[in-house]
Design a protein around this ligand. Sequence first.
Ligand SMILES: [Zn+2]
Length: 66
Amino acid sequence: MNTIQTIQCPNAECHGTIQFDPYLLIQGKSFSCSTCNSVISLNQESKEVVKDTLEKFDELKAQTKS
Ligand SMILES: [Zn+2]
């Protein structure tokens, strides 16, 4: 199952994108931009937000499957 997501690099001067696996992200793994090496990772607060999003994502997938 491919869960890789892509987001715009947080570095405003960089027009790259960062690919990340949200499941690894919520486990504390960080991901870096291949263009400028900016790193994205989660703090404790945003962890909850991502978890909520993933739960909704999972629900959606479950509905699509049936
Ligand atoms: Zn970048």
